[in-house]
Design a protein around this ligand. Structure first.
Ligand SMILES: *Cc1c(COP(=O)(O)O)cnc(C)c1O
Length: 213
């Protein structure tokens, strides 16, 4: 299957999951995660109409995207990987939205740019020691800090623990978003984006299911 065919299929599945949970499919943004993929692979998806893309490294995005962006000014680029504070300014210049605002030092570095960059707060939803993200117990205070900064708070983002049913974690993230009065929910990847849509995702991040090998 070509990536254009995969894209079509994933869009249909998102629409079906949305309708099954009484949601409007237009509320859901499909982010094509293009990390490790070539410019030619990306161009195939752009030709098929895809406009939202995700990358997890600043350097890789800086190598691949300036030319593509110039040719397609309506593309929106999402930073989904761990971001070093010393690359905050470069990230703000390259990306439209940051999904991985995961700690106070990064908040400080992003706010210091003075730009109103839209950001999702990454939550350590499974309380995993090795994973980034704000602890649930610290989320309220962190969200307040984001609200008082120059950044625009778009929502919450999470990666459920590997090897466990993701549904309960998606439901928990949705509950935290309601509790803190934020609307965006960046959750769901290749294996579980339909579940995520049914539990309220506004942004799903799909990589391997989208790109033909
Ligand atoms: C790589 C990645 C994805 C996409 O994962 P797939 O399983 O390939 O769909 C989504 N989110 C983040 C944060 C990632 O690093």
């Amino acid at each position: 299957m070509t990536s254009a065919e995969r894209l079509q299929q994933i869009r249909e599945r998102i629409a079906r999951a949305a309708k099954a949970s009484d949601r409007d499919p237009s509320e859901i943004t499909l982010i094509a995660v293009s990390k490790t993929r070539s410019v030619a692979d990306i161009e195939e998806l752009i030709s098929a109409g895809q406009r939202d893309f995700g990358e997890s490294r600043v350097q890789e995005a800086a190598d691949k995207w300036p030319g593509l962006r110039k040719a397609h000014p309506d593309i929106r680029l999402h930073m989904i990987g761990r971001l070093q504070s010393n690359k905050a300014a470069e990230a703000v210049a390259l990306f439209d939205t940051i999904h991985s605002l995961d700690r106070p030092s990064l908040l400080g570095a992003l706010a210091a740019t003075g730009q109103p960059t839209p950001c999702f707060v990454q939550v350590n939803i499974g309380a995993e020691a090795q994973k980034g993200g704000v602890a649930i117990s610290e989320l309220g205070a962190f969200i307040e800090e984001v609200r008082q900064s120059s950044l625009r708070l778009k929502g919450l983002m999470a990666l459920p623990p590997l090897g466990q049913q993701p549904g309960p974690y998606f439901a928990l993230l949705a509950k935290l978003a309601r509790r803190h009065d934020v609307t965006g929910l960046s959750m769901g990847m290749s294996a579980d984006y339909e579940t995520a849509v049914m539990l309220g995702a506004t942004h799903v991040r799909v990589g391997s299911a989208l790109f033909a090998d």
